[in-house]
Write a new protein. Structure first.
Length: 125
């Protein structure tokens, strides 16, 4: 999926983050990784307390991005065991982790040089 402009991509990133938050995703963040990673521009990272919640968050993210005018993901991996669901939208990737799996991989530390996108669960960023 190629997003036409930065504002459109930002809107989709925030839609994904809000969708995760709506389903009680924990510590949801958006990282602009394009400056340090050539294969995508941004990550949305969130986590859930159990595999059912992880699956529910992933489903909500897909639905809300679709409603916001975004394309379907190019691929989704990890839904079977719902420990780490990776939703590849091309220009950005949504990572929905089980809490302990998120702590183990610690993507925030790995990509600590990447700027964060500020957003709010209740209103505009």
């Amino acid at each position: 999926m190629a997003v036409d402009n930065r504002d459109e991509m930002r809107d989709l990133l925030i839609a994904a983050a809000k969708a995760a938050s709506d389903k009680k995703g924990e510590d949801t963040i958006i990282l602009e990784v394009g400056g340090v990673l050539a294969i995508t521009d941004a990550f949305v990272i969130t986590s859930g307390a159990n595999s059912r919640q992880v699956r529910t968050i992933a489903e909500e993210v897909e639905q809300k991005i679709d409603e916001a005018g975004g394309a379907k993901p190019l691929r989704i991996e990890g839904l079977d065991d719902a420990r780490w669901v990776l939703m590849d939208y091309g220009d950005f990737v949504v990572h929905v982790f089980l809490d302990e799996v998120r702590r183990y991989y610690d993507l925030e530390r790995l990509w600590s040089d990447a700027p964060r996108v500020e957003w709010s669960a209740t209103g505009a960023a």
